[in-house]
Design a protein around this ligand. Structure first.
Ligand SMILES: Cc1cc2nc3c(=O)[nH]c(=O)nc-3n(C[C@H](O)[C@H](O)[C@H](O)COP(=O)(O)OP(=O)(O)OC[C@H]3O[C@@H](n4cnc5c(N)ncnc54)[C@H](O)[C@@H]3O)c2cc1C
Length: 435
Protein backbone atom coordinates (compact mmCIF):
# COMPACT_ATOMS: atom_id res chain seq x y z
CA UNK A 1 0.00 0.00 0.00
CA UNK A 2 1.27 3.49 -0.79
CA UNK A 3 1.54 6.04 1.99
CA UNK A 4 -0.45 8.53 -0.05
CA UNK A 5 -3.60 9.71 1.72
CA UNK A 6 -6.86 8.49 0.19
CA UNK A 7 -9.04 11.09 -1.43
CA UNK A 8 -10.80 11.25 -4.75
CA UNK A 9 -9.27 9.05 -7.41
CA UNK A 10 -10.17 9.46 -11.07
CA UNK A 11 -9.45 6.48 -13.31
CA UNK A 12 -8.94 7.56 -16.92
CA UNK A 13 -6.91 10.71 -17.58
CA UNK A 14 -8.65 11.92 -20.70
CA UNK A 15 -11.50 14.30 -21.49
CA UNK A 16 -14.02 13.14 -18.85
CA UNK A 17 -11.32 12.59 -16.22
CA UNK A 18 -9.84 16.04 -16.71
CA UNK A 19 -13.17 17.84 -16.79
CA UNK A 20 -14.29 16.02 -13.63
CA UNK A 21 -11.05 16.95 -11.86
CA UNK A 22 -11.55 20.58 -12.84
CA UNK A 23 -15.15 20.52 -11.63
CA UNK A 24 -14.07 19.00 -8.31
CA UNK A 25 -11.62 21.84 -7.72
CA UNK A 26 -14.20 24.41 -8.87
CA UNK A 27 -16.61 22.78 -6.45
CA UNK A 28 -14.17 23.61 -3.64
CA UNK A 29 -12.84 20.10 -3.18
CA UNK A 30 -9.54 20.72 -1.45
CA UNK A 31 -8.49 17.17 -0.56
CA UNK A 32 -6.13 14.74 -2.28
CA UNK A 33 -6.89 14.19 -5.96
CA UNK A 34 -5.25 11.52 -8.10
CA UNK A 35 -5.65 10.95 -11.83
CA UNK A 36 -4.68 7.50 -13.08
CA UNK A 37 -4.13 7.05 -16.81
CA UNK A 38 -3.21 4.00 -18.87
CA UNK A 39 -1.56 6.21 -21.48
CA UNK A 40 1.68 8.06 -20.70
CA UNK A 41 0.21 11.43 -21.76
CA UNK A 42 -1.56 14.30 -20.04
CA UNK A 43 -5.18 14.51 -21.30
CA UNK A 44 -5.51 15.15 -25.01
CA UNK A 45 -8.34 15.58 -27.46
CA UNK A 46 -9.40 12.72 -29.75
CA UNK A 47 -11.60 14.41 -32.40
CA UNK A 48 -8.61 16.03 -34.17
CA UNK A 49 -6.91 12.63 -34.54
CA UNK A 50 -9.19 11.44 -37.35
CA UNK A 51 -9.28 14.89 -38.94
CA UNK A 52 -6.31 17.27 -38.60
CA UNK A 53 -3.71 14.76 -37.38
CA UNK A 54 -4.31 12.30 -40.23
CA UNK A 55 -4.29 15.20 -42.66
CA UNK A 56 -0.86 16.26 -41.34
CA UNK A 57 -2.19 19.65 -40.18
CA UNK A 58 -1.59 18.93 -36.50
CA UNK A 59 1.14 16.93 -34.79
CA UNK A 60 -0.31 14.21 -32.51
CA UNK A 61 1.31 15.80 -29.45
CA UNK A 62 -0.34 19.14 -30.27
CA UNK A 63 -3.75 17.65 -29.44
CA UNK A 64 -3.23 18.14 -25.70
CA UNK A 65 -6.27 19.49 -23.88
CA UNK A 66 -5.95 22.80 -22.05
CA UNK A 67 -5.93 22.36 -18.27
CA UNK A 68 -8.04 25.32 -17.24
CA UNK A 69 -7.68 25.01 -13.47
CA UNK A 70 -4.69 24.45 -11.21
CA UNK A 71 -5.58 20.89 -10.32
CA UNK A 72 -3.00 20.22 -7.59
CA UNK A 73 -3.38 16.56 -8.62
CA UNK A 74 -1.10 13.56 -8.43
CA UNK A 75 -0.76 12.08 -11.89
CA UNK A 76 -0.19 8.34 -12.24
CA UNK A 77 0.25 8.12 -16.00
CA UNK A 78 1.25 5.12 -18.09
CA UNK A 79 -0.04 2.96 -15.23
CA UNK A 80 -3.46 1.40 -15.84
CA UNK A 81 -5.79 0.36 -13.04
CA UNK A 82 -6.04 -3.42 -13.23
CA UNK A 83 -8.46 -4.25 -10.41
CA UNK A 84 -10.76 -2.76 -7.83
CA UNK A 85 -11.38 -3.99 -4.29
CA UNK A 86 -14.50 -2.20 -3.11
CA UNK A 87 -14.43 -3.63 0.42
CA UNK A 88 -10.89 -2.41 1.04
CA UNK A 89 -11.48 0.72 -1.05
CA UNK A 90 -8.29 0.15 -2.99
CA UNK A 91 -7.22 -0.12 -6.59
CA UNK A 92 -4.35 -2.10 -7.97
CA UNK A 93 -2.31 -0.50 -10.73
CA UNK A 94 -0.37 -2.22 -13.50
CA UNK A 95 2.97 -1.59 -11.74
CA UNK A 96 1.72 -3.55 -8.73
CA UNK A 97 1.10 -0.59 -6.44
CA UNK A 98 -2.13 -0.19 -4.52
CA UNK A 99 -3.99 3.05 -4.27
CA UNK A 100 -6.58 3.85 -1.61
CA UNK A 101 -9.63 5.97 -2.38
CA UNK A 102 -12.49 7.57 -0.53
CA UNK A 103 -14.43 8.25 -3.70
CA UNK A 104 -13.79 6.97 -7.17
CA UNK A 105 -14.70 8.25 -10.62
CA UNK A 106 -14.55 5.73 -13.45
CA UNK A 107 -13.74 7.56 -16.70
CA UNK A 108 -11.92 4.86 -18.65
CA UNK A 109 -13.71 5.57 -21.92
CA UNK A 110 -13.65 3.09 -24.75
CA UNK A 111 -11.19 1.05 -26.79
CA UNK A 112 -11.10 0.38 -30.52
CA UNK A 113 -12.34 -3.02 -31.50
CA UNK A 114 -9.24 -4.67 -32.98
CA UNK A 115 -9.26 -6.93 -36.03
CA UNK A 116 -9.15 -10.54 -34.68
CA UNK A 117 -5.70 -12.17 -34.72
CA UNK A 118 -7.11 -15.45 -36.14
CA UNK A 119 -8.11 -13.71 -39.36
CA UNK A 120 -4.99 -11.66 -39.94
CA UNK A 121 -5.15 -9.03 -37.19
CA UNK A 122 -1.43 -9.37 -36.39
CA UNK A 123 -0.24 -8.33 -39.87
CA UNK A 124 1.79 -5.13 -40.20
CA UNK A 125 -0.11 -2.27 -41.79
CA UNK A 126 -3.44 -2.94 -40.03
CA UNK A 127 -4.36 0.04 -37.87
CA UNK A 128 -7.06 1.13 -35.47
CA UNK A 129 -7.60 4.76 -34.51
CA UNK A 130 -8.44 5.66 -30.95
CA UNK A 131 -5.40 7.28 -29.34
CA UNK A 132 -2.49 9.56 -30.04
CA UNK A 133 -0.06 6.68 -30.62
CA UNK A 134 -2.49 5.09 -33.11
CA UNK A 135 -2.70 8.36 -35.03
CA UNK A 136 1.09 8.81 -35.05
CA UNK A 137 1.69 5.27 -36.29
CA UNK A 138 -1.02 5.55 -38.96
CA UNK A 139 0.30 8.91 -40.11
CA UNK A 140 3.82 7.45 -40.44
CA UNK A 141 2.46 4.62 -42.60
CA UNK A 142 0.53 7.11 -44.75
CA UNK A 143 3.70 9.12 -45.35
CA UNK A 144 5.37 5.97 -46.68
CA UNK A 145 2.93 6.18 -49.64
CA UNK A 146 0.70 3.11 -49.53
CA UNK A 147 -0.45 1.72 -52.89
CA UNK A 148 -4.05 1.31 -51.67
CA UNK A 149 -5.72 1.89 -48.32
CA UNK A 150 -8.68 -0.23 -47.26
CA UNK A 151 -10.98 1.20 -44.61
CA UNK A 152 -13.21 -1.38 -42.96
CA UNK A 153 -16.29 0.28 -41.48
CA UNK A 154 -18.24 3.32 -42.61
CA UNK A 155 -18.98 4.86 -39.22
CA UNK A 156 -17.87 8.35 -38.26
CA UNK A 157 -14.19 7.49 -37.88
CA UNK A 158 -14.04 5.39 -41.06
CA UNK A 159 -15.67 8.18 -43.07
CA UNK A 160 -13.52 10.95 -41.57
CA UNK A 161 -10.39 8.91 -42.31
CA UNK A 162 -11.57 8.27 -45.90
CA UNK A 163 -12.17 11.98 -46.39
CA UNK A 164 -8.68 12.91 -45.07
CA UNK A 165 -6.95 10.24 -47.13
CA UNK A 166 -8.67 11.33 -50.32
CA UNK A 167 -7.59 14.90 -49.59
CA UNK A 168 -4.05 13.52 -49.39
CA UNK A 169 -4.56 11.94 -52.82
CA UNK A 170 -4.30 8.36 -51.54
CA UNK A 171 -6.28 5.56 -53.24
CA UNK A 172 -9.00 4.44 -50.82
CA UNK A 173 -11.54 1.62 -50.72
CA UNK A 174 -14.17 1.68 -47.97
CA UNK A 175 -16.19 -1.45 -47.26
CA UNK A 176 -19.18 -1.63 -44.97
CA UNK A 177 -21.81 -4.34 -44.45
CA UNK A 178 -24.61 -1.76 -44.60
CA UNK A 179 -26.06 -0.12 -47.73
CA UNK A 180 -24.60 3.31 -46.87
CA UNK A 181 -21.96 4.87 -44.62
CA UNK A 182 -23.25 6.17 -41.27
CA UNK A 183 -26.32 3.96 -41.77
CA UNK A 184 -26.30 2.81 -38.17
CA UNK A 185 -26.34 6.31 -36.71
CA UNK A 186 -28.20 8.31 -39.38
CA UNK A 187 -29.96 5.70 -41.53
CA UNK A 188 -29.42 4.77 -45.16
CA UNK A 189 -31.47 7.68 -46.50
CA UNK A 190 -29.20 10.34 -44.96
CA UNK A 191 -26.09 8.14 -45.20
CA UNK A 192 -26.68 7.96 -48.96
CA UNK A 193 -25.50 11.57 -49.20
CA UNK A 194 -22.14 10.55 -47.73
CA UNK A 195 -22.01 7.53 -50.08
CA UNK A 196 -22.31 9.93 -53.03
CA UNK A 197 -19.63 12.28 -51.65
CA UNK A 198 -17.35 9.33 -50.95
CA UNK A 199 -17.59 8.17 -54.56
CA UNK A 200 -17.21 11.68 -55.97
CA UNK A 201 -14.03 12.06 -53.95
CA UNK A 202 -12.58 9.19 -55.98
CA UNK A 203 -12.84 6.56 -53.25
CA UNK A 204 -14.25 3.12 -54.04
CA UNK A 205 -17.25 2.40 -51.82
CA UNK A 206 -18.34 -1.22 -51.47
CA UNK A 207 -21.65 -1.35 -49.57
CA UNK A 208 -22.97 -4.67 -48.32
CA UNK A 209 -19.42 -6.05 -48.23
CA UNK A 210 -17.91 -7.99 -45.39
CA UNK A 211 -14.21 -8.69 -44.90
CA UNK A 212 -13.61 -12.28 -43.79
CA UNK A 213 -9.84 -12.16 -43.35
CA UNK A 214 -6.60 -10.46 -44.30
CA UNK A 215 -3.67 -12.11 -46.05
CA UNK A 216 -0.09 -10.91 -45.84
CA UNK A 217 3.01 -10.88 -48.01
CA UNK A 218 6.26 -12.73 -47.28
CA UNK A 219 7.38 -9.90 -44.96
CA UNK A 220 4.23 -10.20 -42.83
CA UNK A 221 2.62 -7.04 -44.16
CA UNK A 222 -1.04 -6.96 -45.12
CA UNK A 223 -1.51 -7.50 -48.86
CA UNK A 224 -5.22 -8.13 -49.43
CA UNK A 225 -8.62 -8.67 -47.85
CA UNK A 226 -10.83 -11.62 -48.68
CA UNK A 227 -14.51 -10.72 -48.77
CA UNK A 228 -17.53 -12.83 -47.90
CA UNK A 229 -18.77 -12.63 -51.53
CA UNK A 230 -15.56 -14.37 -52.70
CA UNK A 231 -13.93 -11.15 -53.95
CA UNK A 232 -10.65 -9.63 -52.82
CA UNK A 233 -9.42 -6.08 -52.23
CA UNK A 234 -5.69 -5.49 -52.65
CA UNK A 235 -4.43 -3.16 -49.89
CA UNK A 236 -1.10 -2.60 -48.16
CA UNK A 237 -2.60 -0.42 -45.44
CA UNK A 238 -5.83 -1.09 -43.56
CA UNK A 239 -7.79 1.02 -41.11
CA UNK A 240 -10.10 -1.20 -39.07
CA UNK A 241 -12.81 1.24 -38.01
CA UNK A 242 -15.04 -1.32 -36.35
CA UNK A 243 -16.35 0.75 -33.48
CA UNK A 244 -15.43 0.62 -29.83
CA UNK A 245 -16.04 -1.37 -26.69
CA UNK A 246 -16.06 0.23 -23.24
CA UNK A 247 -12.88 -0.09 -21.18
CA UNK A 248 -14.38 -2.12 -18.34
CA UNK A 249 -12.16 -5.25 -18.38
CA UNK A 250 -10.28 -4.03 -15.30
CA UNK A 251 -13.55 -4.07 -13.29
CA UNK A 252 -13.97 -7.84 -13.67
CA UNK A 253 -14.64 -9.32 -10.23
CA UNK A 254 -15.33 -5.94 -8.61
CA UNK A 255 -19.03 -6.70 -8.14
CA UNK A 256 -20.22 -3.88 -10.37
CA UNK A 257 -22.66 -3.98 -13.30
CA UNK A 258 -20.08 -3.65 -16.05
CA UNK A 259 -19.53 -5.28 -19.43
CA UNK A 260 -18.16 -4.27 -22.85
CA UNK A 261 -21.29 -2.14 -23.29
CA UNK A 262 -20.40 0.08 -20.32
CA UNK A 263 -20.58 0.42 -16.56
CA UNK A 264 -24.17 0.92 -15.49
CA UNK A 265 -25.06 3.94 -13.36
CA UNK A 266 -28.19 5.37 -11.86
CA UNK A 267 -29.45 8.74 -13.06
CA UNK A 268 -27.10 10.47 -10.61
CA UNK A 269 -24.01 8.81 -12.23
CA UNK A 270 -23.51 6.43 -9.26
CA UNK A 271 -22.29 3.02 -10.43
CA UNK A 272 -24.61 0.09 -9.69
CA UNK A 273 -23.36 -3.04 -7.99
CA UNK A 274 -24.40 -6.44 -9.35
CA UNK A 275 -27.59 -6.27 -7.24
CA UNK A 276 -28.50 -3.02 -8.98
CA UNK A 277 -27.80 -0.91 -5.86
CA UNK A 278 -25.96 2.42 -6.41
CA UNK A 279 -22.52 2.56 -4.77
CA UNK A 280 -22.39 5.81 -2.78
CA UNK A 281 -18.65 6.23 -3.38
CA UNK A 282 -18.22 5.17 -7.05
CA UNK A 283 -19.32 7.28 -9.99
CA UNK A 284 -18.77 7.06 -13.76
CA UNK A 285 -18.77 9.54 -16.62
CA UNK A 286 -17.99 9.78 -20.32
CA UNK A 287 -17.89 7.06 -22.95
CA UNK A 288 -17.68 4.29 -20.34
CA UNK A 289 -20.87 5.26 -18.49
CA UNK A 290 -24.23 3.68 -19.31
CA UNK A 291 -27.09 5.52 -17.72
CA UNK A 292 -30.89 5.82 -17.88
CA UNK A 293 -31.59 8.69 -20.26
CA UNK A 294 -34.68 10.53 -19.08
CA UNK A 295 -35.52 12.00 -22.47
CA UNK A 296 -35.82 8.53 -24.02
CA UNK A 297 -37.92 6.78 -21.38
CA UNK A 298 -35.00 5.98 -19.07
CA UNK A 299 -33.51 3.59 -21.63
CA UNK A 300 -29.94 2.65 -20.69
CA UNK A 301 -27.48 4.26 -23.10
CA UNK A 302 -23.80 5.02 -23.33
CA UNK A 303 -22.82 7.63 -25.87
CA UNK A 304 -19.43 8.19 -27.44
CA UNK A 305 -19.65 11.95 -27.81
CA UNK A 306 -17.31 14.69 -26.71
CA UNK A 307 -20.13 16.86 -25.32
CA UNK A 308 -21.44 14.08 -23.09
CA UNK A 309 -17.98 13.41 -21.63
CA UNK A 310 -17.70 17.09 -20.66
CA UNK A 311 -21.19 17.51 -19.22
CA UNK A 312 -21.45 14.17 -17.48
CA UNK A 313 -18.02 14.58 -15.89
CA UNK A 314 -19.02 17.92 -14.40
CA UNK A 315 -22.32 16.46 -13.23
CA UNK A 316 -20.72 13.41 -11.62
CA UNK A 317 -18.17 15.65 -9.87
CA UNK A 318 -20.97 17.81 -8.52
CA UNK A 319 -22.77 14.77 -7.11
CA UNK A 320 -19.55 13.34 -5.67
CA UNK A 321 -19.28 16.45 -3.51
CA UNK A 322 -22.98 16.63 -2.64
CA UNK A 323 -24.77 15.05 0.31
CA UNK A 324 -26.50 11.68 -0.22
CA UNK A 325 -29.92 13.37 -0.17
CA UNK A 326 -28.82 15.95 -2.77
CA UNK A 327 -27.92 13.66 -5.68
CA UNK A 328 -29.27 15.24 -8.87
CA UNK A 329 -30.21 13.36 -12.02
CA UNK A 330 -28.07 13.87 -15.11
CA UNK A 331 -30.31 15.22 -17.86
CA UNK A 332 -28.66 15.38 -21.24
CA UNK A 333 -29.55 15.63 -24.92
CA UNK A 334 -26.80 13.76 -26.81
CA UNK A 335 -25.08 15.80 -29.51
CA UNK A 336 -22.04 15.43 -31.76
CA UNK A 337 -20.38 16.90 -34.79
CA UNK A 338 -18.23 15.54 -37.60
CA UNK A 339 -16.52 17.02 -40.60
CA UNK A 340 -15.97 14.96 -43.71
CA UNK A 341 -15.88 15.53 -47.47
CA UNK A 342 -16.21 19.27 -46.87
CA UNK A 343 -19.52 18.77 -45.03
CA UNK A 344 -20.03 19.99 -41.49
CA UNK A 345 -22.33 17.47 -39.81
CA UNK A 346 -24.04 18.27 -36.51
CA UNK A 347 -26.51 15.99 -34.79
CA UNK A 348 -28.67 16.06 -31.67
CA UNK A 349 -30.73 13.34 -29.99
CA UNK A 350 -30.78 9.58 -30.45
CA UNK A 351 -32.08 8.20 -33.74
CA UNK A 352 -32.62 4.64 -32.48
CA UNK A 353 -36.11 3.42 -33.32
CA UNK A 354 -36.88 6.31 -35.69
CA UNK A 355 -39.64 5.39 -38.16
CA UNK A 356 -39.49 8.53 -40.31
CA UNK A 357 -37.10 11.28 -41.33
CA UNK A 358 -38.15 14.66 -42.72
CA UNK A 359 -36.07 17.30 -44.42
CA UNK A 360 -37.27 20.53 -42.83
CA UNK A 361 -34.76 22.91 -44.36
CA UNK A 362 -32.64 22.77 -47.50
CA UNK A 363 -32.68 19.71 -49.71
CA UNK A 364 -31.03 16.36 -49.71
CA UNK A 365 -30.12 16.86 -53.39
CA UNK A 366 -28.15 20.03 -52.58
CA UNK A 367 -26.49 18.25 -49.62
CA UNK A 368 -27.32 21.24 -47.45
CA UNK A 369 -30.18 20.31 -45.22
CA UNK A 370 -31.58 19.87 -41.76
CA UNK A 371 -33.45 16.63 -41.19
CA UNK A 372 -35.54 15.60 -38.20
CA UNK A 373 -36.15 12.00 -37.10
CA UNK A 374 -39.50 10.93 -35.70
CA UNK A 375 -40.76 7.94 -33.80
CA UNK A 376 -44.45 7.26 -33.27
CA UNK A 377 -45.29 10.87 -34.04
CA UNK A 378 -42.65 12.42 -31.73
CA UNK A 379 -39.46 14.21 -32.77
CA UNK A 380 -36.47 12.35 -31.36
CA UNK A 381 -33.36 13.56 -33.20
CA UNK A 382 -32.10 15.96 -35.85
CA UNK A 383 -29.07 16.21 -38.10
CA UNK A 384 -27.74 19.07 -40.17
CA UNK A 385 -25.43 18.95 -43.17
CA UNK A 386 -23.96 22.47 -43.53
CA UNK A 387 -27.26 23.87 -42.23
CA UNK A 388 -26.96 24.17 -38.45
CA UNK A 389 -28.52 27.60 -37.90
CA UNK A 390 -31.85 26.17 -36.74
CA UNK A 391 -30.44 23.09 -35.03
CA UNK A 392 -30.66 24.59 -31.51
CA UNK A 393 -34.36 25.31 -32.06
CA UNK A 394 -34.93 21.69 -33.10
CA UNK A 395 -32.88 20.50 -30.12
CA UNK A 396 -35.23 22.43 -27.83
CA UNK A 397 -38.25 20.95 -29.56
CA UNK A 398 -36.82 17.42 -29.16
CA UNK A 399 -36.15 18.06 -25.47
CA UNK A 400 -39.73 19.25 -25.11
CA UNK A 401 -41.01 16.01 -26.72
CA UNK A 402 -42.60 17.90 -29.62
CA UNK A 403 -44.68 16.24 -32.32
CA UNK A 404 -43.00 15.17 -35.58
CA UNK A 405 -41.97 17.24 -37.48
CA UNK A 406 -41.73 19.82 -34.71
CA UNK A 407 -41.47 23.21 -36.42
CA UNK A 408 -43.62 23.53 -39.49
CA UNK A 409 -43.14 27.20 -40.34
CA UNK A 410 -39.31 27.14 -40.39
CA UNK A 411 -39.06 25.16 -43.58
CA UNK A 412 -37.94 26.80 -46.83
CA UNK A 413 -39.65 24.01 -48.78
CA UNK A 414 -43.11 24.11 -50.37
CA UNK A 415 -43.76 20.84 -48.55
CA UNK A 416 -41.82 18.77 -46.08
CA UNK A 417 -40.19 15.72 -47.66
CA UNK A 418 -40.60 12.64 -45.44
CA UNK A 419 -38.93 9.27 -45.94
CA UNK A 420 -38.16 6.01 -44.18
CA UNK A 421 -34.75 6.44 -42.46
CA UNK A 422 -33.54 2.96 -43.45
CA UNK A 423 -31.71 1.71 -40.38
CA UNK A 424 -29.92 -1.65 -40.60
CA UNK A 425 -31.24 -4.33 -38.22
CA UNK A 426 -30.18 -3.68 -34.59
CA UNK A 427 -27.05 -5.40 -33.36
CA UNK A 428 -27.66 -8.07 -30.73
CA UNK A 429 -26.56 -7.89 -27.07
CA UNK A 430 -25.21 -4.99 -25.00
CA UNK A 431 -24.21 -2.92 -28.01
CA UNK A 432 -27.83 -2.34 -28.88
CA UNK A 433 -28.01 -0.11 -25.83
CA UNK A 434 -25.35 2.24 -27.12
CA UNK A 435 -26.48 5.66 -28.12
C1 LIG B 1 -10.62 9.44 -33.56
C2 LIG B 1 -11.80 9.96 -32.80
C3 LIG B 1 -12.54 11.04 -33.30
C4 LIG B 1 -13.63 11.54 -32.59
N1 LIG B 1 -14.34 12.58 -33.10
C5 LIG B 1 -15.42 13.05 -32.44
C6 LIG B 1 -16.19 14.13 -32.96
O1 LIG B 1 -15.91 14.63 -34.04
N2 LIG B 1 -17.26 14.57 -32.23
C7 LIG B 1 -17.62 14.02 -31.04
O2 LIG B 1 -18.61 14.44 -30.41
N3 LIG B 1 -16.89 12.99 -30.50
C8 LIG B 1 -15.82 12.51 -31.18
N4 LIG B 1 -15.08 11.47 -30.65
C9 LIG B 1 -15.50 10.91 -29.35
C10 LIG B 1 -14.85 11.64 -28.17
O3 LIG B 1 -13.48 11.84 -28.39
C11 LIG B 1 -15.08 10.81 -26.91
O4 LIG B 1 -16.47 10.83 -26.66
C12 LIG B 1 -14.30 11.30 -25.71
O5 LIG B 1 -12.92 11.16 -25.91
C13 LIG B 1 -14.70 10.53 -24.47
O6 LIG B 1 -13.90 10.91 -23.40
P1 LIG B 1 -13.66 9.93 -22.16
O7 LIG B 1 -12.72 10.67 -21.26
O8 LIG B 1 -14.96 9.45 -21.64
O9 LIG B 1 -12.96 8.64 -22.77
P2 LIG B 1 -11.58 8.48 -23.54
O10 LIG B 1 -11.27 9.72 -24.30
O11 LIG B 1 -11.66 7.18 -24.26
O12 LIG B 1 -10.50 8.36 -22.39
C14 LIG B 1 -10.44 7.29 -21.50
C15 LIG B 1 -9.03 7.24 -20.94
O13 LIG B 1 -8.98 6.22 -19.95
C16 LIG B 1 -7.79 5.49 -20.13
N5 LIG B 1 -7.98 4.16 -19.55
C17 LIG B 1 -8.66 3.10 -20.07
N6 LIG B 1 -8.60 2.06 -19.23
C18 LIG B 1 -7.89 2.47 -18.16
C19 LIG B 1 -7.48 1.84 -16.96
N7 LIG B 1 -7.83 0.58 -16.67
N8 LIG B 1 -6.74 2.55 -16.09
C20 LIG B 1 -6.38 3.84 -16.35
N9 LIG B 1 -6.73 4.48 -17.48
C21 LIG B 1 -7.49 3.80 -18.36
C22 LIG B 1 -7.59 5.47 -21.62
O14 LIG B 1 -6.24 5.16 -21.95
C23 LIG B 1 -7.99 6.88 -22.00
O15 LIG B 1 -6.90 7.76 -21.92
C24 LIG B 1 -13.99 10.95 -31.34
C25 LIG B 1 -13.26 9.86 -30.85
C26 LIG B 1 -12.18 9.37 -31.57
C27 LIG B 1 -11.41 8.19 -31.03
Amino acid sequence: MTAEPAGIVVIGASLAGLRAAEALRHGSYDGPLTLVGAEPYRPYDRPPLSKHVLAGELRPEASRLPERTRLRARWRLGNAAVSLDRKARTLRLADGTELAYQKLLIATGAESRPWPAETGGGLAGIHTLRGRDDAASLRADLLAGPRRVLIVGGGLIGCEAASCLRDLGLPVTLVDPNPAPLARSLGTWVGGVIAARLRESGAVFRPGAQVLRFEGDAAGRVARARLADGGTVEADLVIAALGATRATGWLRGAGLTADPGGVTCDAACRVLDTDGVPCPDIYAAGDVARWPIRLYGDRLVSVEHWGNAVEQAAHAARNMLAAPDDQRAYVHLPAYWSSQFGINIKAVGLTEGADAVAVVQGTRASRRFLAVYGRAGRSIAAVSFDQARWLPAYAEAIEAGAAFPPILDATDQPRIETAAPGFPPARPSAEAAHG
